[in-house]
Every structure is written in structure tokens, then in C-alpha cells.
Design a protein around this ligand. Sequence first.
Ligand code: ZN
Length: 274
Amino acid sequence: MPELPEVETVCRGLALKLLGRRLQHVEQRRANLRFPFPEGFAERLTGRRIESIRRRAKYIVIDLDDGNVLLVHLGMSGSMVVNEKRPGLLDRHDHVVFDIDNGTCVRFNDARRFGMMDLVPAASLNDHKLIRGLGLEPLDPAFDGLSLATMLKGRKTSVKLAIMDQRLVVGVGNIYASEALFRAGISPRRRAGTVQGERAQKLAAAIKQVLKDAIKAGGSSLRDYVQANGELGYFQHRWKVYDREGEACRICGGPIKRITQGARSTFYCPHDQR
Ligand SMILES: [Zn+2]
């Protein structure tokens, strides 16, 4: 499933190709993805100029020149495939085809159809049912040790589950949660409410760093990405703890331990994480 760094990279890749361009023709090839497309979807997009492309959590937000935004989620398996020209044959999972005014073709391909698209006024985006409950952006300056400490205060759940709670902070998936906690030296089992002060500072910084590192790794493969990004995968394959049960900790050499929290695997070093 595409995570925050992958979605950020898709946004940057699309921006390189599409900013300031017009949607000359939009072909909607089925009635629904995870949800039905909005009424008049293709017609409302046709002729619009793309003003900016940004990200909110794992949503791609494409600002149009009529004050609306095209909201896109890639779901489990969705991708935006960019080609210099429209291919002669479309794939059966190409559900929306955007022909750009310079001949570029962008196809939204999604075999499992857990993705979604909607058209909403930019001014009311924050009230959209999928957006309004979302927590802080981890890469936003407003997310720091202090705001993290405030959101964790009094919480009895484990810190790992708390930082994966999208209502508190968005985009910290299972892998990034394990990696950030290792980097901060905090046990994933620690009660969330006890992560305050310096611990919260360290954890906020670690979350930002693991996400930035992953985006950086993605940026270096951006060229491939916008040519044909059928397979998203994870950019960073050399995890420090994730999927390394029984292997040597990169700090103390002791074995990495695996536990289950909220039905997901957590990996950590019991010696270095308290
Ligand atoms: Zn260790």
C-alpha cells in the first residue's frame, strides 16, 4: 500500500509534469472506484488548468483554476502512470485517463479499486468526510515535541498504536512507526501518556526524519516513477528494525524482537528502547 512518502513522491512527480497545464480530455471508464465518481466528473474537469498539486495525509490534492480540487486516493494498489503520449492500448485497470494539453497522458490504474476520486470546492476541503477527522501532518512545523506531548498526554494505549492513530498524526504507517521508535530509543510498548518532554522531542524528530529519508530515497528514483510507476513498493529497504526479528541490532548487536500490537507486527530492540 502506498504510504505517505510514496504519495508525496507521486505528488512531486505529477507536479513536474502537470503544473500550469490544462486537462484537454478526461475519460472516465467506469462508474465507481471505492465510491461512485461525482456527478459530471469528466465534464467538470475538461478544460481546467492545474494550479497546484499538494498532499494531505495520503490524499493527492490537485487544485484547479475553477476553485475546485480533484481529491485522489491511491487506495491499496492505485498508481498514476505518466506517458509522453497516450498509449495505443489501455490497460483494463486504467479507470481514468487524463489527456493533457501538451500531449502527456496520465492514467489512474487501480486493479483492486480501493482508490477514490472526488471533486470538491477548495474552500470546503477540510470539511470533506474523508479529510475532516485527520490529525496533524508529521512534516508540518506545527508537529513537534510539544504538540506530540500534548496529543499523547493521558493516553493509556501503547505509544506505537498512538502514533499510528490517524486522528492524532497522519501518515505514520506500521513500518515507519517501528523505525521512528527505534531511532528515538523508545519502547513501542511504553504507555503513550508517558512520552513527554525530551522523549516527545526525540520521537517527533525521529518521525520526521524517517519520513524525510524515505521521501529522499523516492526522489532519487523520481524519473522512473513518473514514467511508469506501476509498482510502488517501499523506497527504503534497509530497515533498522522492521522485519528483522532475531537479527542483530545495529546499535548493541542483540537480537531484534517481534511482538504483535493491534494485530500488526512491531519490531524493536528491548536493550536500546525503553
Ligand atoms: Zn539494540
